[in-house]
Design a binder for this molecule. Structure first.
Ligand code: PNS
Length: 160
């Protein structure tokens, strides 16, 4: 019997309710979802990889089939190593499409067996991004409904 393993890769700096919505949808579709946090030495993130992983593990603990892991290097290599056949990505609006298409086609060129599956998050999250969340947090604005409460607490203590 085939087991469908999907990798949901990203920066998750920090995880938002939009990411969680997508993980929940993916968890219903695939046998296993691996949320893979990119260890990117070039970017200067607000949260360390360890902190991002801790938050993701806490907010996904209700889903047995969801695992949180860290990767570096090529995503297709990581997918091969983990035995995943699908890369899961969210598209919020048409503005996401060009970048996502470019990545999906490049990943297909690198590894033709790997499929990218795009899912739409709930429309109430279509304007939500981790970048805007960080900006609102820096400016002391309200974060209710944008991130899980434990992420809001972490943001407040990180920024004050
Ligand atoms: O949340 P993000 O920042 O949009 O995620 C981007 C991510 C992590 C999916 C992308 O940068 C990635 O896959 N990086 C790994 C390196 C790689 O495989 N690059 C070639 C992609 S075509």
């Amino acid at each position: 019997m085939k087991t469908s393993v999907a990798i949901y890769p990203g920066t998750f700096d920090p995880v938002t309710n939009g990411h969680l919505d997508l993980i929940g949808r993916g968890e219903k579709m695939f046998d296993r979802v691996i949320v893979a946090v990119l260890k990117n030495v070039e970017k200067e993130p607000l949260f360390t990889v360890q902190e991002r992983v801790e938050m993701l593990r806490e907010v996904t603990k209700q889903w047995e089939a969801v695992e949180v892991d860290v990767f570096d290097g090529l995503l297709v290599e990581y997918a091969r190593k983990r035995g995943a056949g699908v890369i899961l990505r969210g598209i919020r609006a048409i503005s996401d499409y060009e970048y996502e298409l470019q990545m999906a086609l490049m990943n297909r060129k690198l590894e033709p067996q790997l499929e990218t599956v795009f899912m739409l998050p709930g429309e109430s999250y279509s304007y939500l991004s981790a970048k805007l969340v960080r900006e609102i947090a820096h400016l002391g604005g309200p974060l209710t409904g944008l991130v899980p409460p434990i992420v809001e607490q972490r943001l407040r203590s990180k920024i004050t």
